[in-house]
Design a protein around this ligand. Sequence first.
Ligand code: GAR
Length: 187
Amino acid sequence: MARLRLGVLISGRGSNLQALIDGCAAPDFPAEIVLVISNKADAAGLARAKAASIPSSVISHREPGFEAAVGDALRDAGVELVCLAGFMRVLSADFVAKWRDRLINIHPSLLPAFPGLETHRRVLASGATETGCTVHFVTAALDAGPIILQEKVPVLPGDDEDRLAARVLAVEHRLYPQAVRLLAERR
Ligand code: GAR
């Protein structure tokens, strides 16, 4: 069966992009990354795409027509599923509607708890004893679309933001390829 064509949108480090690259490297994985787009020219994740010989482009969110250019690039590459991976821009309701059911995101909390930015700082401040990560469909409401997969991660005594982020990230790296597999297999 043809592999599902993924476009991955990043803004930074790209460790979730790397997890998807590594997932796609398995011979039986039902998806492949055909394009990486970064809204930042200095995103470290771009080097990961290059190392994996995946075409990438930089489209700055400061350019007029940013979203139209992103949409055009995704369509030109024949992308069937868009994966946001540390992509730190909010997409318009119009863009989201065009990619309805074909646009997913990973967020480092147990949504609907702690949507938005500075997630781990807020989790620690709340005194919560567990957090987690969530892969969900993107809708016009921020971090509120239908959940595909989520997994709990404990908050441990003595955690700071970095320690907690690292523990959650390790789970993100397993969860994101798993969610892509489910969608690619139409499960
Ligand atoms: C990840 O923890 C991801 O869940 C989070 O940013 C990090 C990106 O890391 N995304 C959000 O907070 C989205 N609102 P990465 O660039 O190494 O994948």
